[in-house]
Write a new protein. Structure first.
Ligand SMILES: C[C@H](O)[C@@H](O)[C@@H](O)[C@H](O)C(=O)O
Ligand SMILES: [Mg+2]
Length: 390
């Protein structure tokens, strides 16, 4: 049973000096310090349970997100958890539409990252009070309650409440078997951490060799800054992993649209499954042009880690601008908004391959993708989770 009144919210600025080793580096973020705004909420219930939620950031950006969390905190403080989750759609809207803060959003940027951190903490607390992990809380929830957590504003032209209910009701069939399968086998994953752009060729070779030995079969490499470097690095990786293993490429928004097409025709010989973030995350039609141009090369477009909200995802789907949809557990407005994107992806039959790797993301997305497989998509085709190798 949900209980307690939120009596305290604290937020910490947590940073790791990952830029020193080039970890996490790509064609646009050359010196990332992996960081998080870390929110903890407490209640006056005598169970000692706390809700922990984060949003992923880079270095100095964390200061700004921490400010935004503090600016939103009054929406949560002194509220009964029962009232929050009893009208979760309303509560999501309240945070996302704060009369003064929405002007510097709305539903995007720093305010939305802060919203995600707070809501992630609320979901964590709810699940802890129910004695379950978040994925299980979602899987066990009846479709009507799930739908009541989602804000359908701006997406009813592609997904109505009735559509969502229908998808979730169909997802009940075979749910138990899929849950057992996940518990026994886990979810397919790729390593996102063997080929950061700042790594030397030696390091790349060593990490890919180790990953292969450890059983990894899917690898992602950063590209986009220099074509000759990309060709050399991709050749080196293919030499290590062989022609059959799956390789994905990530340009982190480096190119213009024609440049993306041209560059990828040069890298097509390395047989990438997808090119991730080829251009600006806001350029929906640009992604569509790139997707269309790359079909004959057998390369899909993946994007989402910097997609502001469900509206951008809706348009990417409508415009056939992506072949792999990468939700982000902390950029979208927490579980609530991610649910709407999972359901839209199901409606368009586009596979979801969550973005992860940054602080806490690998943990958070597991909950979303397990729910997706067990209750929504019921498919593992072309789907995998991003993970950091040890
Ligand atoms: C700055 C970060 O490490 C990004 O490079 C990272 O999120 C990346 O785009 C990824 O897909 O893992
Ligand atoms: Mg990426």
């Amino acid at each position: 049973m949900v209980r307690g009144r939120i009596s305290r919210l604290s937020v910490r600025d947590v940073r790791f000096p990952t830029s020193l080793g080039g970890h996490g580096s790509d064609a646009m973020h050359t010196d990332p310090d992996y960081s998080a705004a870390y929110v903890v909420i407490e209640t006056d219930a005598e169970d000692g349970l706390k809700g922990c939620g984060i949003t992923f950031t880079l270095g100095k950006g964390t200061e700004v997100v921490v400010c935004a969390v503090n600016a939103l905190a009054h929406h949560v403080l002194n509220k009964d958890l029962k009232d929050i989750v009893g009208d979760f759609r309303g509560f999501y809207r309240q945070l996302a539409n704060d009369g003064q803060l929405r002007w510097i959003g709305p539903e995007k940027g720093v305010v939305h990252l802060a919203t995600a951190a707070i809501l992630n903490a609320v979901w964590d607390l709810w699940a802890k009070q129910e004695g379950k992990p978040v994925w299980k809380l979602l899987v066990d929830m009846d479709p009507r309650t799930l739908v009541s957590c989602i804000d359908f504003r701006y997406i009813t032209d592609v997904l109505t409440e009735e559509d969502a209910l229908e998808i979730l009701q169909k997802g009940q069939v075979g749910k138990k078997e899929r849950e057992e399968q996940m518990l026994a086998q886990g979810y397919p994953a790729y390593t996102t951490s063997c080929a950061w752009l700042g790594y030397s060729d030696d390091m790349l070779k060593q990490l890919c060799t180790q990953a292969l030995k450890d059983g990894w079969t899917r690898f992602k490499v950063k590209v986009g800054a220099d074509l000759q470097d990309d060709e050399r690095r991709c050749r080196l990786i293919r030499d290590v992993i062989g022609p059959e293993k799956t390789l994905m490429m990530d340009a982190n928004q480096r190119w213009d649209v024609p440049e993306a097409v041209e560059w990828m025709s040069k890298l097509a010989k390395f047989k990438p499954l997808w090119i991730e973030e080829p251009t600006s995350p806001d350029d929906i039609l640009g992604h569509a042009t790139i997707s269309k141009a790359l079909v004959p090369l057998g390369i899909g477009v993946a994007t989402g880690e910097q997609c502001h909200n469900r509206v951008i995802f809706k348009q990417l789907l409508q415009a056939k601008a992506l072949q792999f949809l990468q939700i982000d557990s902390c950029r979208l407005g927490s579980v609530n908004e991610n649910l709407s994107v999972l359901l839209m992806a199901k409606k368009f039959e586009i596979p979801v391959c969550p973005h992860a790797g940054g602080v806490g993301l690998c943990e958070l997305v597991q909950h979303l993708i397990l729910f997706d497989y067990i209750s929504v998509s019921a498919s593992l085709k072309n789907r995998m989770l991003a993970t950091q190798q040890k």
